[in-house]
Design a binder for this molecule. Structure first.
Ligand code: PAF
Length: 521
């Protein structure tokens, strides 16, 4: 691991790196929350850089810039143990250059007031200008493939997403779940300032948020007034807590909401003694969506079906939808290769998938076309022979993707395919890129063929065919196979289906249910 203390040193080191870089910007005093970002960055990228910089530009005149904990040696040990490749820890003068001495001479970045002046922005004027400026510098210097930020600083995350989008800064922004202590207190470097008694009272912030979330989930409470009141009622029970705000906003636009239609974020800021803490929960009126993409032969459909079964969600079998349409085209005596004829039939073909949750074994959903049960009929060799030709037609994909999105509105689905996380459900709560090496997939194919008593080609032949299919899938014009930036890659070589499933269930708990355990008071 390299400790890079200057911009020039960083630039020189950066030029020598190849592959994807994951950046975790921090102000040091690393805790388990930061480590969760580092672990995610390690999992997703070839190279991981952690920046450690207490940014003076984001502290107000009466804030804790001097007192902010600085623990570089300890942070470096934690980074080394977590497999970080480089720490960037410049001085303010080095990072900002000589104009840092005269604030009026320094170029800074101003996020839109609509995002920056709400919530914490009302109480910390200029704070988000400082954050936007330093993040712009870090991303411009490091040019990461992905940058990681915690959901605890939800306003910061929303501003950085907009910043990267509007200024075309490189890489994707990955928001990661809040990490909490056992009593629910969100981890923060500032928790160090709390006395034991204050630490206990600080947990009430989350208890208030959880109580509101509980009412939202179980009693359908949607209004800003009731949700905010519930949080305040909890805060009032702790004498050390002095609330600054409790607000209900949209998590991306930060617009205040009178009630939650689809999604809302309940955010709180409060002093606990002299320490200012923030926290939030996101409230969704739909159930989660899990998107599983990956190359052919990686075991997506088996895993997706079993995962849906275990979580009580609908397995949105997109393959079955294409088969259902193909069945319909054939049943109407139409040539599946005739794109115009297929386009004509599309509006007349209403496909419905219905989850079947009976028994302990996962079942594929029942498939209906215009209310006719076709679950068996879509698996015939005639349909199998024509489904690729139908699925390759642009208009067909468009129509079926629209239907898949429709299912997504109610949520509660696991879907697999090649463009689910990138195109169909870009807002899915959990995106998995399930893959395996070409050799592994060739071996599995051999086993499948052998178990079906079919001729088994040489491994090398199958591997060649799989590579060609991968190339075709990832370069085709319509819905190419691509890993979403925020998808978690799961390589299944040498893993049984049960092990893959365990891994996905763990990711579901970490990323979708994170923090929900302490929820039901
Ligand atoms: O969240 C933080 O620690 C800081 O605001 C950040 C993003 C590192 C910018 O200084």
């Amino acid at each position: 691991m390299r400790l890079l203390k200057t911009v020039v040193g960083l630039q020189c080191w950066r030029e020598k790196q190849s592959g994807s870089i994951g950046l975790v910007p921090t102000m040091g005093a690393l805790h388990a929350g930061h480590l969760s970002l580092i672990h995610r960055a390690r999992r997703d990228n070839d190279v991981v850089v952690v920046s450690i910089f207490v940014n003076p530009l984001q502290f107000g005149p009466n804030e804790d810039l001097e007192a902010y904990p600085r623990t570089l040696d300890q942070d470096a040990d934690l980074c080394a143990a977590a497999g970080v490749d480089g720490i960037f820890a410049p001085t303010a003068l080095d990072l900002y250059g000589p104009n840092f001495r005269d604030k009026d001479a320094l170029v800074t970045v101003l996020p839109p007031p609509g995002l920056a002046n709400r919530l914490c922005g009302q109480y910390r004027p200029g704070h988000f200008n400082g954050v936007a400026t330093v993040v712009t510098k870090l991303i411009s210097l490091i040019r990461p493939r992905r940058s990681y930020f915690g959901q605890k600083d939800a306003q910061q995350l929303a501003i950085i997403r907009r910043l990267v989008q509007d200024l075309n800064l490189p890489g994707a922004i990955i928001g990661c779940p809040i990490v909490r202590e056992a009593n629910g207190l969100a981890l923060s470097s500032r928790n160090q300032y709390l006395s034991e008694q204050e630490r206990r009272q600080a947990a009430i912030l989350y208890r208030g948020l959880s109580s509101a979330k509980h009412k939202f989930q179980t009693s359908g409470v949607r209004s800003q007034q009731s949700l905010v009141r519930t949080v305040f009622q909890h805060l009032e029970t702790a004498p050390a807590i002095d609330p600054q705000y409790v607000e209900l906003v949209h998590p991306h636009t930060l617009e205040p909401l009178a009630e939650i239609k689809t999604i809302g974020m309940l955010a709180v800021a409060a002093f606990v003694g002299t320490t200012r803490l923030i926290d939030n929960v996101v409230l969704r009126s739909r159930r989660p969506i899990i998107a599983i993409d990956g190359p052919a032969g990686a075991g997506k459909s088996t895993v997706a079906r079993q995962l849906a079964h275990q979580l009580g969600l609908l397995y949105l079998d997109t393959g079955a939808m294409y088969r259902a349409l193909t069945w319909y085209v054939l049943s109407q005596g139409c040539d599946p290769q005739d794109e115009v004829a297929v386009a004509d039939l599309l509006p007349k073909c209403e496909i419905q998938l219905v989850a079947t949750q009976s028994g302990t074994e996962p079942h594929p959903p029942e498939v209906f076309v215009n209310n006719i049960a076709v679950t068996q009929a879509i698996r015939t060799p005639e349909v199998t022979a024509q489904v690729s030709a139908v699925a390759a037609q642009g208009i067909v994909r468009q129509a079926l993707v629209a239907q898949q999105m429709q299912y997504g509105q109610a949520g509660g689905v696991v879907a697999d395919g090649r463009d689910i996380g990138t195109h169909v459900f870009p807002d899915a709560e959990l995106k998995i890129f399930l893959t395996a090496s070409v050799e592994e997939r060739a071996r599995r194919r051999q086993q499948d063929l052998a178990s079906q008593q079919q001729p088994v080609p040489e491994l090398i032949e199958l591997a060649k065919a799989i590579s060609e299919r991968d190339h075709k899938d990832s370069t085709r014009e319509i819905s190419p196979l691509r890993q979403a930036d925020d998808a978690i890659e799961v390589v299944t070589d040498a893993l049984t289906v049960e092990k893959v499933l365990d891994k996905l269930l763990m990711l579901y708990h970490e990323n979708v249910l994170a923090g929900d355990e302490a929820e039901n008071e």
